[in-house]
Design a binder for this molecule. Structure first.
Ligand code: SF4
Length: 638
């Protein structure tokens, strides 16, 4: 059998598709007689645009449409005219939507005129290889480009078998995608490692795949959806990805000179925190929350093999949360290696300073610690399991260890009040030397999140996000099953507090590049010097001696007032309660401490931080720089 694995726009062009790499390796192992080919449609699209626009549409524009517009659906819209065989389909709707929201659609509009020809050329290229089965992987805004190509392939070769899989096919979304698109023969819902080989066995035998868990298939004109299995793929059965054909495609591509290729690795699936305390807004793990991780030494062997094979040191991990066991095995192995790695990792924000130091020593340069908020009450409402002080400590240690940190300030949690934000907003100017949020954003209702599953949590009214109306020509009841994001009436803060939060986040972002707040301890002295060079603050050096200096050091870990007093008493130089209260008030006012209402944490860093030229995020919360983030824009993490 000849099998073609396809990844269409908007797979980030600097990254191989993990799904294609995994399935290729899986098929090589389970079906050695098959011939497996790949079509890197996203890379081809970037090449096509570069050539057809005579250099006007560059790979950087791919990021603007494919990653940064995820909440406006522009990437899908680019191909919707091809899918519906009408160049004008969705144009008026998008123009009206964009005018109302102030959305820039110029790049997407310039791209859309090339979409039909690209789909035709893609179909030519794939059919030239005479495949029996074409498998599409679809995540984020890959649905419409994939559907458009699948429709064209089936129109030309009705006997071809078209299979869809990927995150966009999880649960009800997969069945809706199948029953609304007759040219899609099968949809694999959930993980593909067991289902795809089982389906291919049925295709070989010409039998009905009624026993493949989760699969959608056609029984005559009826779309059937097999019951999904609760069984998840064991780590031992998750292959190591094969990126050889991706590397060939990149090496041969004129786009190569515009991108900085990175490797994608997977250590774990699911979320160990979410198994017990599913963050209320998070739908990231779909229907497979169960946490599973490859052993650390196996993950290291994979990374080592891929680095040697591809001569690429940038590693993007797709794990939604790091396995804490990796601090004992994988990360020490990476730290001891002679590779000068640059890893990107999603972690939880409650890591210790030592753990962050190990992450940095192992070659991590960029983390997403899922900070989300600095308000204890908002963090409690979202069941995040961290405090505002703890999050500040993480931001501070990122400076100490030169870790770029991506995060967004989320708000709009049912039950939150203006009061929950007042103190944090007041203190934000003091945080300007720490890495800022990409922006402050109201949460959107995500399928699979507790907020979605349980309307009683505060979002009883919901409908498919408005952007889908310029993406799909489907009735609302079908969209309600097909899509991932939903619009709801706003919850939580609004009005003046919302505006103040957004303005404070913007000021933080713009003031950050010129701001430092650095500790110095002269040799042989207990005196502490704090050099304040923060934007918006007087340029000065604070000198702390005696218990003041000791208190600042104790508060590096973040402590309650009473815990701090106990420590100072144990030091043998205790202030009175009134003296301590006065010092805490004064030091918060000087912007040297952050007070989350329960505990205090010190703000100065020990080093003048390294500032990356390529900003991790733009002030609107979208990916910045030339390559963007691997997760297509805003994403909660860890
Ligand atoms: S936000 Fe992060 S920690 Fe929370 S459930 Fe989602 S993946 Fe897990």
């Amino acid at each position: 059998m000849r099998i073609h694995l396809v990844t269409m726009p908007w797979q980030p062009i600097e990254l191989p598709s993990l799904q294609v790499g995994l399935l290729h390796a899986l098929l090589d192992r389970t079906r050695p007689d098959d011939e497996v080919r790949e079509f890197h449609g996203s890379l081809r699209w970037a090449e096509f645009l570069l050539e057809r626009s005579k250099g006007a549409l560059r790979p950087g524009d791919h990021v603007a449409v494919g990653s940064e517009s995820i909440f406006d659906g522009l990437g899908d819209w680019v191909f919707s005219g091809v899918l519906y065989n009408d160049p004008e389909w969705g144009v008026a709707q998008l123009k009206e939507y964009a005018a109302r929201r102030g959305t820039d659609i110029s790049t997407a509009t310039a791209m859309r005129v090339h979409a039909a020809e690209f789909i035709e050329e893609s179909a030519d290229a794939i059919l030239d290889e005479a495949p029996d089965v074409v498998g599409f992987t679809t995540t984020f805004m890959q649905n419409v480009s994939s559907l458009a190509l699948a429709a064209e392939l089936k129109r030309r070769r009705p006997g071809l078998t078209v299979v869809f899989g990927g995150s966009n096919c999880d649960g009800p979304m997969g069945h809706a995608l199948h029953r609304n698109h007759r040219f899609v023969d099968h949809v694999v819902r959930g993980e593909g490692e067991y289902a795809l080989p089982a389906l291919l066995t049925h295709i070989d035998a010409g039998t009905a795949p009624a026993d493949v868990p989760g699969l959608c298939w056609w029984d005559g004109q009826e779309s059937r959806a097999n019951e999904e299995s609760r069984r998840t793929v064991a780590p031992a059965d998750i292959p190591s990805p094969d990126y050889d054909l991706w590397q060939q495609a990149v090496d041969a591509s004129p786009v190569a000179e515009y991108v900085h290729p990175k490797l994608v690795v997977e250590g774990a699936r699911g979320c160990w925190w979410g198994e017990k305390h599913h963050c209320t807004f998070c739908g990231l793990n779909g229907s497979a929350m169960t946490f599973r991780a490859k052993p650390g030494n196996r993950l290291w062997d994979e990374v080592d093999r891929l680095v040697r094979r591809h001569r690429i040191l940038d590693i993007v991990t797709v794990d939604n949360i790091i396995d804490m066991a990796y601090f004992k095995d994988f990360l020490p192995l990476a730290a001891e290696s002679r590779w000068d790695l640059r890893m990107h990792y999603e972690v939880k924000s409650n890591l210790t300073a030592e753990q962050l130091e190990l992450l940095a020593r192992a070659g991590s340069v960029h983390i997403q610690p899922g900070i989300e908020s600095l308000s204890n009450r908002a963090l409690d409402l979202m069941d995040k399991g961290v405090s505002g002080s703890r999050n500040i400590r993480t931001l501070r240690e990122c400076e100490n260890h030169s870790l770029t940190c991506s995060w967004n300030y989320l708000y709009g949690f049912p039950g939150e009040t203006d009061q929950d934000y007042a103190s944090v907003i007041d203190q934000m100017p003091a945080l300007v030397h720490l890495q800022p949020p990409g922006g402050a954003h109201r949460i959107q209702l995500e399928r699979f999140s507790p907020n979605f599953a349980n309307p009683a949590l505060g979002f009883p009214q919901r409908r498919p996000a408005e952007m889908y109306r310029h993406v799909y020509d489907l009735p609302e009841d079908q969209l309600a099953d097909l899509v991932y994001l939903f619009d709801t009436p706003p919850a939580g803060i609004g009005g003046g507090t919302e505006a103040r939060l957004k303005a404070a986040a913007r000021d933080w972002y713009t003031g950050h590049p010129a701001s430092t707040l650095v500790l110095e301890q002269p040799t042989g002295d207990e005196t502490l010097l704090v050099h304040d060079r923060r934007h918006g603050w007087p340029r000065r050096t604070h000198r702390l001696t005696g218990w003041h200096a000791a208190a600042l050091r104790h508060l590096e870990a973040g402590r309650t007032r009473s815990a701090l007093h106990r420590l100072l008493t144990a030091d043998g130089d205790p202030p009175t309660g009134a003296e301590l209260d006065a010092w805490l008030r004064e030091t918060v006012a000087l912007g040297l401490l952050f007070d989350d209402g329960r505990s205090y944490v010190s703000l100065p860093t020990w080093h003048v931080p390294v500032r990356s030229v390529e900003r991790a995020q733009a002030p609107d919360g979208t990916a910045g720089g030339a390559s963007g983030t691997p997760d297509n824009g805003e994403k909660a993490a860890g």
